[in-house]
Design a protein around this ligand. Sequence first.
Ligand SMILES: [Zn+2]
Length: 535
Amino acid sequence: MKCTDLAARIGKLSTPHGSFETPAFVPVIHPVKQQITPNFLKSLGFQCIITNAYITFKHYGDEARKRGIHDIVNFDGPIMTDSGGYQVLEYGKVNVTPSTMAQFELDIGSDVPVPLDKPTGYGLSFDIAKSYVNETNSNVDETIAVIRNNKSKNAGDYNTNTPDIISKDDPLSSKGELWTGTIQGAEHFDLVRQSASFLDKRGFSFFAIGSPVELMESYEFSILSRLIETTKLTISNKPIHLFGAGHPLTIPLAVALGCDTFDSASYILYAKANRYMSSAGTLRLEDLTYLPCCCPVCSYYTVKELNEEDDITRTINIAKHNLYVLKQEMSAVKQAIYDGRLWEYVLQKARSHPKLMDAIHAIKNFEYIQQGTPLFKQKAIYLFEPIDQFRPELKNFRKMLINNYSFPAKRNSLLLYPDHAVRPFYSSSILKRLYEEFPDTSICLYNPFFGLIPVEISDIYPASHNVFVKNFDEYRSTDYTEFLNLLNSFLKNHTFKSIYIVSNKFMNGLIPHLRTPESTEVKIEDFESFKVKLR
Ligand SMILES: [Zn+2]
């Protein structure tokens, strides 16, 4: 893993046909009817593609076994194969057994095969969803028997016993392929936990979240986020694929929550419906006056010219444009990880749709995204509005303050002073003056986003490495609940004889809610008059 931010990581997945960088968008290629060639996908930098093993099986049969999937779709890089789960979701069932599909995927040389599963979709009752999870589990066991059998054959050992639990030094792979454990359960999070933990015990090292397509199509980003959280908490650091994620708004959220790969046929499906992707969502071609993009397609065509093309030419060109947008999205999100600005990036996206913003309010409480956020970053963090008080960097800072910070000895008084322009504050001339006026006093800066910053640690990240507008009158006290929570826990943990608050409009709104012990003397002075006095 090269770099992390929130729960996102820049990493690498290795397969028999080479490795590729993650997070990665894995475009869906139809094994029979290709309107966009794999060469075009490769030229855009998509290093891994996914195709459907079930359709390949139905259409090519033994010919596919002879030629191999790389020859069939004409792509020499890593190929993931879906096994028919999507067809099960669409049509109820497929007339092939899990072991036949598993053997077929091995025979055609899939790099990242998927066992035949029974997707739970979205909106099923708990009991029905549970029966689907059980069916998927039993399919997985049939698949594992096939993998072990092939492995034994490859090793010249014909012992076909299948252990229930596969040890780490005996990976679930017959010749280097990366089998995908597809987690079912959808919005029934207990089932998701059971499913993920079953697959983990069975030895999978690559996982996929099954059937969230309907959640994404109905913009249920909040449920999707909790589904990803449940998965991440069950299998922590293992790589995770998200099936059916091909919308420019979904990808950054899913990356931030720790998904590593995504697949979708959205680029071509949207194109067939004249849906034109943009970084803020999808637009309808008939609603456009301009093509707001600089890709080769949009540089070549006007809206009118594109509309006048025949159906196939128009579809192919919109599909190509959509792929350029997805490529741009992946590059932008990866750059945001490198820059430590993924929070800002996801928030920007969240403003494109209220349900995405709703998801941000859910994920702000996810502990695990705090753990993936580096404690020190190269760049300052930008703070704009109340939601930013929940940034992992600030939550980590406040947590450290509550659990680990102790004031220098022999200081019985506390002075709270508005966060000042000079960074770090301990080097400012005002601090010298404050110490002259208030000897034996602990001094803390305060600002709406952090809460408190003791001057002794005012140089540590991110106390001095943040940018926000310091006009405190602009901040409404009641919006910054974390400030008050921190201040009250602080006053509970540390006993002071007196507290001196240099107050401004923001602080004035909080003072009535402060829980100071009765024995503590509280003095309040207005910031403007205090400044005059200090001169
Ligand atoms: Zn374009």
